[in-house]
Ligand binder design. Structure first.
Ligand code: 23J
Ligand code: MN
Length: 263
């Protein structure tokens, strides 16, 4: 069976390091940056708390363990279709019902790090994506697409990560047209290195929060606060991005892992 040889080769390459597993998640803890919404408009996700149950002490002499208070949309995380009103009716749009076959897929990494460094409000356009495809190859059905901005360098500083002023947050993201274009290509999902899948100023776009609106309307997934995308090739890596199987969940923190060929 051909598939046996593929998995046998993969296993050998994983053991030898010929395929590297790159950690595309940031640290999840009390200092992880969290989304801030206008208080008159909406409730925020709560601060992350890590509570010790025991650490080899009177509350558990031989073991250490914690319990967590954490919102679904915290840190490096997954957006399921039911997260947005446009995706509300998909029965397979929850963390416990979505098709896991789709979560392990080739990843296209669009490098916008230079543009984002020059302009925190940088928006990725269809022309830019088409130019990227002309250079690296077409984006295919069932694949992930992620926007590299190297924003993870701010992940230890919430103010810098959110980059908000009196006019709101200023972080890079996609235009509505890019998400429409990629959904048309059949992508499984779209990911960014910022607090959400949309740009900081996306509340004023048409439709508001176009990545959320258009991805989830089409039963596609979102990934936010991804890390270490500078360690991935433009094409050729496999991304594994799987949410916890939360009952009726709309998202979940993830340990995003990329398989990258070395040498
Ligand atoms: C709720 C409302 C607006 C946004 C978000 C959540 C996210 O970015 C998220 O984590 O999905 S923009
Ligand atoms: Mn989210």
């Amino acid at each position: 069976m051909a598939s046996v040889k593929v998995l046998d080769d993969l296993a050998k390459m994983l053991i030898s390091g010929g395929i590297e597993v790159v950690d595309c998640s940031g640290v999840l803890g009390p200092d992880t940056p969290l989304l801030k919404l206008p208080p008159e408009l909406a409730k925020d996700t709560p601060k992350i708390e890590v509570h010790k149950i025991s650490e080899y002490d009177k509350d558990g002499p031989l073991w250490a363990w914690n319990w967590l208070k954490v919102g679904e949309h915290s840190g490096t995380h997954f957006d399921a279709p039911h997260h947005w009103i446009t995706g509300r009716d998909y029965q397979d749009g929850f963390t416990d019902t979505l098709p896991v076959q789709r979560l392990v897929a080739p990843v296209n990494v669009i490098d916008c790090s230079k543009e984002a460094a020059e302009n925190p409000d940088f928006l990725l356009t269809v022309d830019h994506v088409k130019a990227w495809e002309a250079e690296h190859g077409e984006i295919g059905n069932g694949e992930w697409v992620v926007m590299r901005t190297d924003w993870d360098r701010f992940a230890n500083d919430e103010a810098a990560f959110l980059n908000a002023d009196s006019t709101g947050p200023h972080t890079p993201g996609p235009t509505a047209e890019v998400i429409e274009y990629l959904v048309g290509k059949g992508i499984v999902g779209w990911g960014t290195q910022c607090i959400g899948t949309d740009a900081g100023q996306a509340g004023a776009m048409h439709p508001p929060f176009p990545a959320h609106n258009l991805l989830h309307k089409a039963n596609r997934f979102g990934l936010a606060s991804l890390a270490n995308l500078d360690r991935l090739p433009a094409k050729g890596a496999i991304l594994i991005a799987a949410p916890l199987k939360i009952e009726g969940g709309t998202g979940s923190p993830i340990r995003a892992l990329a398989l990258v060929a070395r040498g």
